[in-house]
Design a protein around this ligand. Structure first.
Ligand SMILES: O=C(O)C1=C[C@@H](OP(=O)(O)O)[C@@H](O)[C@H](O)C1
Ligand SMILES: C=C(OP(=O)(O)O)C(=O)O
Length: 426
């Protein structure tokens, strides 16, 4: 670990006005890579995100024997027999939850490890689920080993996926390659981040896999994947809408105007919900000809919102709420305690350090706006904590953000894009 560095978050003296094109979605890129690796022929990925999380996925698949060629955002993936390997998950939920089922199909031992902080992220649910599907797995958290035997039986498994939707997505992505496919029953509190499971299902169907989800059967909380081939696909990746939210928030908090081009008309990305959130908070939001434009109001309203399905947006919404004129309640997000860091604790600690008034509840945050002052903002190796600090910095002079480089998890050029966005502002 290098020395701790702090970045002076730029203060916006006036309204921010900019158009900001964003790189590809982390969630779609990493699903496309996994499906391409398991397909029956070569696939391409165009507009891939290249960031720490996606590069870890690429490195891991290569280590498992998959051919991945190409430069930058255009990749060709050529499946090959899966072999034993060592996989570095970093802090990437998509790598640590999507690859164990792939590893179980390999011939040989696959050793998983990751960042120190990743060792506390929940994994037991998916590793137990894999064992129930007949895989040979040692361990319940990072580091762990999957002893691949070239095939997985599959069948019916019951898991409690209330901690993360990625437990369901991870099993679904590989299940067509299991001898019996898979039937997943969820038993427990509601599964969070359902749009991310929809994303998995849509992408599986695009690759010719037969999937039944609760929305097309009478059985709640049950997903079924039939065994069968995964077709190669030429994937085109949408821009990352969750990363876009920080830039759109810049317009919302400075009475500015920010546009994001190539906004999809229909998407499973949770980031799309920022449109409704910003409107409810008083911003003017227009989607026309694939360009999303947000115009900030004189003063943002507080919001009472259940973010269970779209927890990824919490750090942005918390920053907006801290700068609003009335109180906000962010609910349904207890599972954020298992994200990159305990995001409920991190957001309340850091906003309060700057003079804010945030209380953690059982399943969320209560945010009462208070005059904020400059000071240090700790990132906890969490890309979205760092970007939340940057949003506050636009309105609060003197915020110093620890380890802004952590944004490379999903957006390596955050500083460049943020500075460029501010170039044209007065
Ligand atoms: O499948 C995915 O790509 C993701 C699912 C969600 O995870 P949780 O269900 O753990 O919140 C989300 O928060 C994460 O950033 C990405
Ligand atoms: C929770 C997140 O990431 P991960 O994919 O590592 O779970 C996130 O990006 O907000």
């Amino acid at each position: 670990m290098g020395p701790v560095t702090f970045w002076s978050a730029p203060y916006a003296a006036g309204p921010v006005r900019a158009s900001v094109p964003l790189p590809g979605s982390k969630s779609i890129t990493n699903r496309a890579l996994v499906l391409a690796a398991l397909a029956e022929g070569s696939s391409t990925v165009t507009g891939a995100l290249r960031s720490r999380d996606t590069n870890l996925m690429i490195d891991a698949l290569r280590a498992l024997g998959i051919g991945i060629e190409g430069v930058d955002t255009t990749l060709t993936i050529t499946p090959a027999p899966l072999t034993g390997a060592a996989v570095d998950c970093g802090l990437a939920g998509t790598v640590m939850r999507f690859l164990p089922p792939v590893a179980a199909l390999a011939d040989g031992d696959v050793e998983f490890d990751g960042d120190e902080q990743a060792r506390t992220r929940p994994l037991d649910t998916i590793l137990d689920g894999l064992r129930a599907a007949g895989a040979d797995v040692d361990g319940s958290a990072l580091p762990f080993v999957v002893h691949g035997h070239g095939a997985v039986r599959g069948g019916t498994v019951t898991i409690d996926a209330s901690g993360s939707s990625q437990f369901v997505s991870g099993l679904l992505l590989s299940a067509a390659r299991f001898d019996e496919g898979i039937t997943i029953h969820h038993s427990g509190k509601p599964v969070p981040s359902m749009p991310h499971i929809e994303m998995t299902i849509e992408m599986l169907r695009a690759a010719g896999v037969r999937v039944e989800s609760p929305s097309d059967s009478t059985e709640a909380d049950t997903w079924v994947v039939a065994p069968g081939p995964i077709r190669p696909v030429n994937w085109t990746i949408e821009p990352d809408l969750s990363n876009a939210t920080a830039f759109l928030a810049a317009a919302a908090v400075t009475e500015g105007e920010v546009s994001v081009p190539f906004w999809p008309h229909r998407t499973t990305q949770p980031g799309d919900a920022i449109r409704e959130i910003l409107e409810r908070m008083g911003a003017d939001v227009v989607l026309a000809e694939s360009v999303l434009t947000v115009r900030g109001p004189k003063q943002l309203h507080g919001i009472d919102i259940d973010l269970h399905d779209i927890g990824e947006l919490t750090p942005t919404v918390a920053a907006l709420a801290a700068l609003a004129e009335g109180p906000s309640w962010l609910r349904g997000i207890a599972h954020l305690r298992g994200h990159e860091t305990d995001r409920l604790a991190a957001l309340s600690t850091e906003i309060n350090r700057l003079g804010g008034q945030v209380t953690e509840t059982d399943d969320g945050l209560e945010i009462t706006p208070a005059p904020l002052h400059g000071g240090q903002w700790h990132s906890y190796a969490d890309h979205r904590m760092a970007t939340a600090g940057a949003i506050l910095g636009l309105r609060v002079d003197g915020i110093e953000i620890e380890d802004i480089g952590t944004t490379a998890k999903t957006l390596p050029d955050f500083v460049g894009l943020w500075s460029h966005m501010l170039d044209g502002s007065s």
